[in-house]
Design a protein around this ligand. Structure first.
Ligand code: ADP
Length: 911
């Protein structure tokens, strides 16, 4: 191996300590990358790849970015899922003997970025850490179920706001909860306990990879040692136990939280004072929403283009601060399940809806509130500038007014509680006011930050600089008077400092004591000893002033950082109030009502509307519809033509329930919501090309998930089931799924099922608990008009051709389609199929019993099911029809009979 140059040796030493990172190595005004890093980065960042002498005869690839614009390049690397280690010069190059000492001062990773440019204002940036514990089998029978069960620990932190939470999931339903949590949080980075690489955890690892789009990395085992993880937490929070955080006994959660904090400490290498507490939550406190449902209901982005516009949050988010926006987003993704807790939120919103003065008053106060959460995180991590402190002050300053407004006017319990809890942080405001000027510059190294009167030293230096400047500005007039040169000017440039400029025609009048410094085309520039003396005074004072201001600022920032925890609680209160205000605003503006929320089983919505469709309709008015689901009506089968409004009705029901459970008023004239534990949706068809699954497979996976996890407290939305396969398959599956949802005691979920199989309306006759509804249309000749009204009873036909006509299919195609339809409808095959067997659930036993529909309906006195009409003719019947008995010999007849019998017994084709 050739001898490396000393600098590259230093580079590789640092590089080896940060495996998996792209190392940015500070060389003068540049950050340089070498070797493989350089090759990779030059492509990613579109910068020129050069090379550098590596010692001996070898050269090594190299590329670099200017340090002053490094942020955007770092952001780009991180966005591409890389980790970047920043290696800085840590001693003054002038003082260095040999190669300047360099050290990695920070590792920027997707889950730890705090720079504003890399964050989105209204979304959190979550770093998650995961570990698990395999549970011992509870009984011998466990060998029948090959999947081991786990307790999974999860810790999550948003470094840009300081939020830090942990939880444990399982053993019951651990994998499902893990999936839901990961897709809800959508972390940009996940730290994994190496135990996930064990064979027993294969299912978990697959789930994690399938649920996370961000960077997922297995960490060194040391991060996840129980003892050290615990110690790290105790020492960070200066506590003796974790009792106060609610996780003392949650070993796996603690392991994750400790590992996460250790990782932050090692990568950030700076103060983590913004992490001032750890909270423990339970997934059982919240409505479980799986990824498909979250997507289908378009809670935070639309299905089609992933935009926020057109999502539920787009309608609801009237918050005036980003922290309020982030909180509302979290509430939307994590509705509550306890009626009392929901009621508390609803009452707060209600109070603000009723009390117009309070609402308006608070709103106008909120105009002055900034993103305190992120501001205080920047202060605590010592990366805030003076403008951040001014924004912080402006925000905190309104706290007393907010507190007073609430104390005087609020009636809702939660609002009064928040008023009581507000710490106005007056000391912090006063300190910032005294120390910092009203409009400081962005830079903290160029002075202009500290207010006069705050520090005698600053004042003195400032005075020196100012009096020098005044002396110079007087000089121009005095010298003009003295020399009689009217065009004489005093100026300043960086190279020569202050000078006196005299144009060429006046040179003769220049006094003798002027010393020539520079010659220009039309003028000469002079200096005098007094001028230079003043200059030194000014510049010297200025330099010292800038330095002193910086020192004072840093000290002040540190001091305010100590109040981080207090400011953070104020921020949490502000964010929560902002959300109530937003929900009150949208409620008033859009005419939403306060739902009655209880723990009963009923869902009752009068004049319900779809919050988003309503907000986007331009000319048409939205047609409201009622809904009633309870013990008697457990499943609604909704039929009607395409485009009639079935999906809208289904989704609006799910959204109204969800809105109620986040504490929002709902788009209806009245609503009673018995809280649901989960909402499931199976909506539309989409190929999951990424995982190589066909539409039908995706659909069946979603259905399987619903049937396996829905409970009697769940709301299930099925928008077409069985579309991705043949009619008979599809119809049979849809039928069986409905029966199961209705009958299986473990499931028995409240269900809305929209289907184009109007054969399913037969279920109303066969099974108590099923009610048929349809979307009314008005048909006149070949025209149909959508009335958008949901009425009782099934649809009589599909109107597919009429809808196709609306879509603009050519007239000859439509005409031909009508002919074919007529032919099919009168086809004899339909009669033949009447005998085909079908299956239904035996009402008394709940078992699937092989009864024919005719039997079932005869037994219950109901009319024969039409399902049979669509059963295919049996091949045997076809063959019998084709047999010419008169032409058969007795032996042939006997053989054929034997073959038919055989075929009938096998249930297949014997030919
Ligand atoms: P389907 O599921 O029956 O095919 P959709 O629910 O997708 O129909 O509705 C089609 C369109 O009709 C929607 O995009 C919406 O613009 C409009 N629409 C649906 N329901 C209503 C309603 N209640 N009032 C007004 N317009 C509606």
């Amino acid at each position: 191996m050739t001898q490396l140059t000393p600098m590259l040796r230093q580079y590789y030493e640092q590089k080896s300590q940060y495996p998996g990172c792209i190392l940015l190595f500070r060389l003068g005004d540049f950050y340089e990358m070498f070797g493989d890093d350089a090759t990779l980065a030059s492509k990613l960042l579109q910068i020129t790849l050069t090379s550098r002498d590596a010692g001996g005869d070898t050269r090594i690839p190299m590329c670099g970015v200017p340090h002053h614009s490094a942020e955007k390049y770092i952001a780009q690397l991180v966005r591409n899922g890389y980790k970047v280690a920043l290696c800085e010069q840590v001693e003054d190059p002038k003082a260095a003997k040999g190669v300047v000492r360099r050290e990695v001062v920070r590792v920027v990773t997707p889950g730890t970025v705090t720079d504003e440019e890399m964050l989105s204002e209204r979304e959190n940036n979550f770093l998650v850490s995961l570990s698990y514990k395999a549970e011992a089998p509870r009984s011998r029978a466990t060998h029948l179920f090959p999947h081991p069960s786990y307790t999974i620990g999860l810790a999550v932190c948003d470094l840009s706001t300081g939020e830090f939470m942990c939880t444990e999931m399982g053993p019951e339903g651990a994998v499902g909860s893990l999936k839901n949590e990961l897709t809800r949080l959508s972390p940009t980075e996940v730290l994994l306990d190496p135990a996930f690489e064990d064979e027993e955890a294969q299912q978990l690892l697959e789930t994690i990879h399938a649920s996370v789009a961000g960077l997922v990395e297995v960490q060194e085992p040391r991060y996840f040692y129980d003892e050290s993880a615990r110690k790290r937490l105790l020492s960070h929070f200066h506590t003796e136990s974790l009792e106060g955080f609610g996780c003392e006994r949650l070993d796996v959660a603690v392991r994750c939280a400790g590992a996460l904090l250790e990782y932050l400490t090692e990568t950030q290498k700076r103060h983590l004072d913004q992490i001032s507490r750890l909270s423990t939550y339970s997934v059982a406190e919240h409505m479980q929403i799986d990824a498909a449902t979250r997507r289908n209901l378009e809670l935070v982005r639309t299905l089609r283009d992933g935009e926020r516009r057109g999502s539920l949050i787009w309608v609801l988010d009237r918050t005036s601060t980003s922290m309020g926006g982030r909180l509302l987003r979290r509430w939307t993704l994590q509705p509550l399940v306890k009626a009392a807790a929901i009621q508390t939120r609803l009452d707060a919103v209600d109070d603000l809806v009723q009390n117009v003065d309070l609402r308006f008053g608070l709103r106008s106060l909120f105009d002055k509130v900034y993103d305190v959460e992120r501001l205080v995180a920047r202060v605590a991590s010592q990366s805030a500038n003076a403008r951040d402190l001014i924004a912080l002050k402006a925000s905190l300053r309104v706290l007393p007014e907010i507190q007073a407004a609430l104390a005087n006017q609020a009636k809702a319990e939660r609002l009064s509680q928040l008023a009581d809890q507000i710490d106005p942080c007056a000391d912090v405001c006063a300190t910032i006011s005294q120390a910092i000027v009203d409009e400081p510059p962005i830079s903290i190294t160029e002075g202009g930050i500290i207010r006069r009167g705050y520090s005698a030293d600053v004042d003195e230096l400032a005075l020196a600089a100012t009096s020098g400047r005044e002396w110079i500005s007087r000089l121009e007039q005095e010298e003009r008077d003295r020399t009689k040169i009217r065009s004489l000017k005093v100026g300043y440039n960086k190279v020569f400092g202050y000078y006196i400029e005299v144009t060429r025609p006046n040179l003769a009048q220049v006094p003798a004591e002027y010393q020539r410094k520079q010659t220009l085309a039309n003028a000469e520039r002079f200096i005098t000893p007094e001028l230079k003396e003043q200059e030194e005074r000014i510049l010297g004072a200025h330099d010292r002033l800038v330095e002193l201001e910086y020192e004072l600022f840093v000290e002040l920032r540190r001091q305010i950082g100590e109040a981080a925890a207090r400011i953070q609680s104020a921020a949490r209160i502000l964010a929560e109030l902002d959300v109530y205000l937003a929900l009150a605003d949208v409620a008033v503006d859009r005419g939403y009502v306060k739902p009655v929320v209880d723990e009963d089983d009923a869902l009752e919505i009068r004049d319900g509307r779809h919050p988003v469709v309503e907000a986007t309709l331009k000319d048409e008015a939205f047609v409201p519809n009622d809904l009633h689901l309870d013990g008697e009506t457990q499943v609604i089968v909704l039929t009607g033509p395409n485009m009639a409004g079935k999906s809208t009705y289904l989704r609006q029901t799910a959204l109204i329930v969800l809105m109620a459970q986040i504490g929002s008023f709902v788009p209806a004239s009245a609503a009673r919501i018995g809280v649901v534990d989960r909402i499931f949706t199976r909506v539309g068809a989409s190929d999951d090309l990424a995982t190589g699954q066909s539409t039908f497979m995706v659909e069946m996976n979603e259905v399987a998930n619903i049937l396996n996890h829905a409970t009697p407290k769940s709301l299930v939305i099925l928008d077409e089931v069985g579309r991705g396969t043949s009619t008979f398959d599809g119809l049979s599956i849809a039928w069986a799924v409905t029966e199961y949802l209705l009958k299986e005691p473990r499931v028995k979920a409240k269900t809305l099922f929209a289907t184009h199989y109007h054969e399913l309306t037969e279920l109303e006759e066969l099974l108590p608990g099923v009610k048929n509804y349809s979307v009314a249309v008005h048909k006149e000749g070949q025209e149909i008009l959508f009335l958008r009204r949901i009425v009782q009873g099934g649809a009589d036909q599909s109107y597919g051709i009429e809808v196709a006509r609306l879509a603009g299919l050519p007239a000859p195609v439509l005409q031909r389609a009508r002919q074919i339809l007529e032919a099919l409808e009168s086809s004899e095959e339909r009669r033949l199929a009447q005998d085909a067997a079908a299956a239904t659930i035996d009402d008394t036993s709940g078992e699937i019993a092989p009864t024919t529909l005719t039997e079932a309906s005869e037994g219950s006195g109901r009319r024969p099911a039409q399902l049979a009409l669509f059963a295919p003719p049996h091949p045997l019947i076809e063959r019998l029809k084709a047999t010419d008995v008169e032409r058969l010999t007795p032996l042939e007849a006997l053989n054929l009979l034997a073959a038919f019998v055989n075929e009938a017994r096998l249930g297949g084709d014997a030919s």
